[in-house]
Design a binder for this molecule. Structure first.
Ligand SMILES: Cc1cc2nc3c(=O)[nH]c(=O)nc-3n(C[C@H](O)[C@H](O)[C@H](O)COP(=O)(O)OP(=O)(O)OC[C@H]3O[C@@H](n4cnc5c(N)ncnc54)[C@H](O)[C@@H]3O)c2cc1C
Length: 464
């Protein structure tokens, strides 16, 4: 089909107000928040309003062999929404409604374009919440599903895949199907819901998501614990997790990163200057419970636990400071970006090996005359490391060494941001070739022509 014909058919499906064509796209539709944006232009960006429109777009693209890039809010950090020249970007921004809320079953059915902020607001009156907490609230549920987003509360509540019980999918040929449903268990055939979660838009368009919700907990305290070294801070973490306190958040932050974070947010932690002078790292621990009495007991128990294991002090933050600290931590990506980091790694290892990973990161950085710093969801073993090294070859070599070390500890290349285009090299190099081959065969079953989000994850070809 010629491009005029394709344009006419797309306009007939979504309407003239909901499509742009090259070269008239908004730059905001063409990239995510990866530090390595590829400035490519698709033929079209379309904004369907319904599953039926998505189905029609997929059938059209399939018939004419045109690449499709599904897009949520574009807050991803791995280049997974980079458009394919000549292809179609399918933006889910108009499919953003809460379709159903069942308070008795603790289930919500949403369209994929709903943002975390919109979902949180829609749930307030019910007393229920969607407890997964990836830091960027403008991210969409469809994007969260496709990256298996994690975030700060995973230590207690798990990641996206633990809360998605069903999906509506549009396959690349236009077939519409439903996986799972509003039930908390199922032993009924292959779990295709879980297969699609984390697939980065390469297997199917997600057009509806059934989410499992949790009751909100009324009482919360944020505890800040300084340590003399990052290793001391991370070594305490397994015993906090084992204590039964069920913290909602356990973040480790090195002292330089904490200074950058509080400077950017313009607030003071209120740590005694003498303690601050000996501090190399902090743990931020959030405890949540049903009653205030239980909370007081838990905070006391946490304090005695960390003091017995080398904490320099323990600060229970006033609620305003606590909110500011957590919000500042959410915005850390922007601070890191503004400070000139050339890369961000989100490697995940067993939580008991985080100290080893950080020590090795320091050694590798020194060997390559570079700097690596950061923070992490340390109770999940998932660290976000900012890499400062302007020379691309040196940076790639040092990151490869660190990825290889993480994998040797039993870890994975990405804990929550996904592979996208940015981490394809280490992902393909360091994975078992038989596993990659099996995944490519699965991809071919869903998408025989290779049209859905090509040139990323398993598909290492350079963009045309
Ligand atoms: C400041 C900041 C903080 C962040 N903090 C965290 C964090 O703590 N934890 C974390 O996990 N992530 C974090 N992220 C990353 C990001 O928010 C997540 O990756 C999020 O899941 C992306 O959602 P999105 O809607 O922006 O998806 P996009 O970036 O638009 O897309 C992500 C992937 O999903 C696919 N996709 C999107 N919608 C669909 C659909 N309907 N059907 C099929 N495929 C689809 C895309 O093709 C792409 O592969 C952060 C990002 C920023 C900028």
């Amino acid at each position: 089909m010629d491009t005029d014909g394709l344009r006419d058919q797309l306009l007939a499906i979504v309407g003239a107000d909901h499509a742009t064509f090259t070269p008239l796209h908004s730059p905001d539709d063409l990239r995510d928040e990866s530090l390595h944006p590829a400035m490519t232009e698709p033929f079209a960006v379309v904004r369907p309003a319904s599953t039926d429109e998505v189905r029609a777009i997929c059938s059209l693209a399939s018939r004419h062999g045109v690449a499709l890039t599904p897009r949520g809010s574009g807050t991803g950090l791995s280049g997974a929404v980079t458009p394919v020249p000549g292809g179609i970007v399918v933006s889910f921004s108009r499919m953003n409604r809460l379709l159903r809320l069942d308070a008795n079953d603790h289930m919500a059915v949403v369209q994929p374009g709903i943002t975390l902020r919109e979902l949180n607001e829609a749930l307030v009156a019910s007393g229920l919440r969607y407890p997964v907490y990836p830091g960027e609230l403008s991210g969409s549920i469809g994007g969260n599903v496709n990256t298996n987003a994690g975030g700060m509360r995973a230590v207690r509540h798990g990641v996206t895949r633990h809360h998605v019980v069903g999906l509506e999918l549009v396959l690349v040929d236009g077939t519409v199907l439903r996986t799972g449903g509003p039930v908390v268990k199922s032993s009924s055939g292959y779990d295709l819901t879980q297969l699609v979660i984390g697939s980065e838009g390469t297997l199917a368009m997600v057009t509806e998501v059934t989410l499992k919700l949790s009751p909100g907990l009324a009482h919360a305290r944020t505890v800040l614990v300084p340590f003399a070294s990052l290793e001391d801070a991370t070594r305490v973490v397994p015993s906090i997790v084992a204590s039964g306190l069920e913290p909602s958040i356990v973040e480790g932050v090195d002292v330089l990163t904490m200074a950058a974070l509080t400077d950017a947010a313009d607030f003071e932690l209120g740590v005694d200057p003498q303690v601050a002078a000996s501090t190399a790292a902090y743990l931020i621990v959030v405890l949540e419970t049903r009653t205030d009495k239980q909370l007081e007991d838990d905070v006391g128990y946490l304090a005695s636990l960390v003091e017995a294991q080398g904490a320099l002090d323990v600060y229970v933050l006033a609620s305003r400071s606590a909110t500011r600290l957590i919000e500042a931590r959410e915005r850390l990506f922007w601070v890191t970006k503004a400070s000139g980091a050339q890369d961000i790694m989100d490697i995940v290892v067993p939580r008991s090996r985080v100290a080893d990973l950080l020590a090795e990161a320091r050694r590798i950085a020194e060997r390559h005359d570079s700097f690596i710093g950061g923070c992490g969801h340390v109770a999940d073993g998932n660290v976000h490391l900012a890499v400062f090294q302007a020379d691309d070859d040196v940076r790639k070599a040092l990151m490869h060494e660190l990825f290889a070390y993480g994998v040797s500890l039993g870890g994975q290349i990405s804990g929550e941001h996904g592979i996208g285009r940015d981490k394809q090299g280490p992902f393909l190099d360091l994975s078992d070739p038989s596993l990659i081959e099996l995944q490519r065969r699965i991809k071919a079953v869903f998408d025989p022509q290779g049209l859905l989000n090509p040139y990323r994850t398993l598909d290492a070809r350079p963009l045309p």
